[in-house]
Design a binder for this molecule. Sequence first.
Ligand code: GAL
Length: 419
Amino acid sequence: MSLKSKFSIALLLSFVLIFSMVTLAAAQDTKVEIFSWWTGGGEEEGLQALFEVFKEQNPNIEIINATVAGGAGSNAKAVLKTRMVGGNPPDSFQVHGGAELIDTYVKTGMMQPITGLLEEWGVRNNFNQQILDMVSHEGEIYAVPVNVHRGNVAFFNKAILEEHNITPPTNIYTFINALKKISEESDVSPLALGDKNKWTAGHIFETILVGTLGPVKYNGLWNGSTSFDEPGVRESLVVFKEIMNYVNEDHAALTWQDAAQRVLNSEAAFTIMGDWAEGYFKTLGWTPNKDFGWVSVPGTRGSFMVITDTFGLPEGAPHPEGAKAWLKLIASKKGQDTFNPIKGSIPARIDADKDKYDPYLTDSMHDFATVTLTPSIVHGSAAPEGFVTALNDIINQFVTTGEVDNAHQRLIEAANEYL
Ligand code: GAL
């Protein structure tokens, strides 16, 4: 054998050796860091239930649970963004499907496509297509949707409504009458709000907006076919202002969980919140249909304000094999059916085990399949980050000032600037 051939074989062998060492090291990731803002009741339990299954399936991988409290639009998103932009990504992180994922992280080249992984795991076709579209860009999928939340829900204390002879309101007029009746006949807060984190007031506002515009015009706001000059936009501010007359005075000091707790303690009748509040109520021992009831936010029966929590694979994730094991779990039927019944959400997969879901979630599954889906602004699906921040600021100031025309004008300006 010539010296040259010996040298080539030696070179080849070293490559094989280095390659196997790298693969082995990757396959043996001993850690995985998962970032989310799931620290509150229901959310934390859902996450922990997933972690338990993960540990059974991957006994050698330690989970680093990186959480920052606050929910949508809070500090958590800023912390995540700083890490991502600074080249210090977690292995996988919670991000909403839609603009929040695609504009902030995919178009900027910070995420790896995972279409091939979903195909390899044989789950590519098990997801709801509209939800998959929210995590896709130019033909590639960039995150696993773990759930579908509904934003436009009004939860209520059944005993209080019965006591005041109120049937669950379905339009804005009967809703305002109900709030008024409770305020006249008792000391409880008609509507519990906790807007210590700005997004919760924006959350109520967007559900009113979908009601005054209707789902089709609301969806048109995001493709330019509906203008923010539309009378329904101004009308939503008028209705929102009216409703704010019935919230607890200390709302700025409370979180959404504190507000939900008021309903649970019979100190408030209603709260408008995404159905993560359902998970929260259940964690605290309340039973759907017995202790608490729900209606779609009055006036929004034909809309499903859709929110999807997703996890992807960042470029430069320090433990990619750990991240893939995590994604594989949350993409599986077992993962989704473990997490969602606790979280108060429905699965993004279409083949869930329906028996595992309570009456509220069964109702949500039915509506999800039959009414018009409207993406949430506040929860990052409908509009880019700049608009979401502007809207949250405008609505928070509006809660204090009540100046309808000023708020409307600022919304129009924000739309011109960011949409
Ligand atoms: C939403 C998120 C939910 C829940 C909620 C409040 O943005 O999609 O899963 O975490 O915030 O914390």
